[in-house]
Design a protein around this ligand. Structure first.
Ligand code: HEC
Length: 282
């Protein structure tokens, strides 16, 4: 019995490892702002303004935003568009068929995307969204004019580009290729994408190279202050999406603290009572 259980445990652990190994781009850690109401409110504002025209959040009602400290008036004034009511679900007008025709893929509903993108033990869905939104780069060869490091050939354009500011990217890839006569040789390919998306690609052969395949990406950001503010906005937005995927988590964590405190108190009482009960027996 115990052997079987251990076997199942080992099997599920290997599955987790396989998933972790499959992901290509290394995900950055997102700052945790799930307890910061001002950050969540900023995230909600960004979400409604920049994401809610393509993506819906069908499990979320606008008035649920009162739980992150917004008043119904503030929601009505700043976050609601014409036809929606404060009790409406966050739906969109675009149909999945149209979206598929325009972008090649339908934008997924974002209600629980932070949970859908989380891995056991590994990076959270918040980390995924945080990294994904910060790794768009201009590429004129793509239909939308953009590509992404986390999701190569993604159908979504970089909708936050104005907040992000201009950025160029250099990618250096050391990899093995097959020549027409069937031999193998190592090459270093340097791809530079400027802030307009034009690329220059240079290749050189690496004679006698004897190492692993590597890829190194660096971004060049002229306006560091603007980019810093953008990263902070993305952190707020990622935390908001994580909150939306599980709005009760603030309450759940608070209750958890009280439960642990209660258990400690109970432990203390139990130890004292144990002493009192056995005092006369010994
Ligand atoms: C112009 C329409 C459009 C807007 C605006 C937009 N998206 Fe997307 N998004 C898409 C499309 C299309 C896809 C599907 C891409 C694919 O599968 O190739 C997508 C996919 C995604 C995914 C899933 C990526 C994955 O790995 O599966 C996330 C997360 C996401 N969008 C977040 C956002 C956020 C956050 C915003 C707001 C800042 C936003 N999107 C704004 C069109 C949009």
């Amino acid at each position: 019995m115990i052997k079987k259980l251990l076997g199942a445990l080992a099997l599920s652990l290997t599955c987790v490892m396989a998933v972790a190994a499959e992901g290509g781009y290394h995900l950055d850690r997102s700052p945790d702002r799930i307890n910061d109401l001002a950050a969540l409110q900023n995230g909600a504002k960004l979400f409604v303004n920049y994401c809610l025209n393509c993506h819906s959040a069908n499990s979320m009602r606008y008035n649920k935003l009162t739980e992150i400290g917004l008043t119904e008036d503030e929601i009505k004034k700043n976050l609601l568009f014409t036809s929606d009511k404060i009790g409406s679900l966050m739906k969109i007008a675009m149909t999945p068929e149209d979206a598929k025709a325009w972008f090649g893929a339908a934008p997924p509903d974002l209600s629980v995307i932070a949970r859908a993108k989380s891995t056991n033990l590994g990076p959270s869905g918040r980390d995924y969204i945080y990294t994904y939104l910060r790794t768009f780069y201009r590429d004129t060869t793509k239909k939308t004019g953009w590509d992404n490091l986390v999701f190569p050939s993604v159908g979504m354009p970089n909708v936050l580009w104005e907040l992000e500011g201009p950025r160029s990217m250099t990618r250096i890839r050391v990899h093995e290729i097959e020549t027409p006569d069937g031999a193998l040789k190592w090459e270093r390919t340097t791809s530079k994408y400027d802030s307009q998306g034009f690329s220059t690609i240079t290749t050189e052969e690496l004679k006698g190279y004897d190492g692993p395949e590597t890829t190194k990406v660096t971004f060049q950001t002229p306006d560091v202050k603007q980019f810093h503010d953008f990263e902070s906005d993305v952190a707020d937005l990622s935390s908001f999406l994580a909150w939306m995927a599980e709005p009760n988590q603030l309450e759940r964590k608070q209750i958890g603290v009280w439960v642990i405190l209660f258990l400690f108190l109970f432990l203390f009482a139990a130890i004292r009572m144990n002493g009192a009960y056995w005092k006369h027996v010994r």
